[in-house]
Design a protein around this ligand. Structure first.
Ligand code: FEO
Length: 388
């Protein structure tokens, strides 16, 4: 397989995972890539590897440029196995290569995954000369693991950003200006929401660091390489990491016999008629990770569930569990749902929304069995009232 030249003597040697549709619980409808980068300098350097099943693909791309045994330095920006999984294969081929990683979490993580090794810990700001080029390491802890770092090459103005600025987007093209930018930004937003949103403070700190660097290329470890649209992705990260919602609304629910469904549609209509852009998500038809991009920028969240065996629907519980983990801030929320005789689900949903840290802007809406026209009209009025 061929390597792709990013700049003279710098190559993308990663792998394309066309068929992955679930990335540890995140739906990846457009597949993904695992970016690894080879720098041909006095010391031949490999930045990150790929998921283990793709080791042969990566080694084949490296072999397009140089025999893999000649690699002198391996840099591990991040221990998670989609980037370190082929490290054992590389170590086997190049037993004397130095492996640089972030200290101490990177060393601890690599040791836990692959056993003891000659891992060379680096601190934020440390540099290594590989010949004509220098590589400087910048720690980006909890973006999204404790070990995360990025690697910057000042002579080439390239940032090897690992997960940051990534997108789960498989393509035969390697650069942002070779694909539909709207699709890439859509996937970058989904990636940010699902992977990075809960570390917004750290994302802002990293953004400030990156913004201070002179950069021509951002080479992430998922998706396409940014070279023409760096301002677009930097502006987007500035907006998303601010965690300041705009005015949109999402209505997320499950329904058994369409009663909660009727309530959800009435709520969405009330938002829309009040000038609030609203989106409706039935959890039977939508994966929770596909809802997150709208969650990233919406101000209002309405969550509905009928009562099933004294509980909320499992699909709604899963969504709320995921939502709590992502911990978006500064949202207005309320619960709704129909029920038969006990109706605990709506209160349970409201409690979960409170536990997410949201402000409850409307008392829970409970309707027995099937909502009448009058009851739907009251829901409509109550929702429009909070928006006045
Ligand atoms: Fe793409 Fe955190 O690994």
């Amino acid at each position: 397989m061929k390597a792709t030249e990013v700049k003279q003597d710098i190559y993308w040697v990663g792998a394309t995972d066309w068929n992955i549709r679930n990335f540890h619980g995140y739906s990846t409808g457009r597949g993904t890539t695992y970016g690894a980068y080879l720098i041909m300098d006095e010391k031949i350097t490999l930045i990150d590897t790929v998921k283990a099943p793709f080791a042969e693909e990566m080694l084949s791309r490296i072999s397009d440029i140089v025999s893999p045994e000649k690699i002198d330095i391996v840099i591990s920006n991040h221990v998670e196995m989609d980037h370190s999984g082929s490290l054992p294969a590389v170590r086997k081929l190049c037993p004397n290569a130095s492996i640089y990683t972030c200290s101490p979490a990177g060393v601890k993580g690599l040791t836990a995954h692959y056993g003891p090794g000659e891992y060379l810990p680096v601190k934020s700001g440390d540099s290594v000369s590989i010949g004509k080029r220098t590589l400087t390491f910048v720690s980006t802890p909890m973006l999204h693991w404790p070990d995360n770092m990025v690697t910057y090459c000042p002579e080439e103005k390239i940032l090897f950003s690992n997960d940051a600025f990534g997108q789960h987007f498989a393509s035969s093209e390697r650069f942002d200006d070779e694909v539909d930018l709207s699709l890439v930004l859509e996937e970058a937003k989904k990636y940010y929401g699902n992977i990075i949103m809960c570390y917004g403070r750290q994302a802002q700190a990293a953004w400030n660091t990156v913004n201070g660097l002179d950069i021509d290329i951002i080479a992430p470890s998922h998706g396409v390489i940014w070279r023409r649209n760096i301002p677009a992705i930097m502006d987007a990260y500035a907006l998303w990491s601010s965690n300041e919602p705009s005015t949109g609304a999402i209505v997320v629910y499950d329904s058994m016999w369409n009663s909660t469904d009727s309530m959800a549609k009435t709520i969405a209509e009330a938002f829309g008629d009040s000038g609030i852009h609203a989106k409706l998500y039935d959890l039977k038809s939508n994966h929770y990770s596909d809802i997150v991009p709208d969650l990233l920028t919406c101000k209002y969240i309405a969550v509905g569930s009928p009562t099933l065996n004294n509980q909320m629907m499992p699909s709604v519980a899963a969504f709320l569990c995921y939502l709590k983990g992502l911990s978006p801030k500064n949202r207005e929320a309320f619960a709704f749902g129909s029920y038969g005789w006990s109706g605990q689900s709506i209160e349970l949903v409201e409690k979960e929304l409170e536990a997410c840290g949201f402000h409850i802007c409307l008392d829970k809406i409970r309707i027995p069995y099937i909502p009448s026209e009058e009851q739907l009209q009251k829901i409509y009025t109550d929702v429009t009232d909070i928006l006045k």
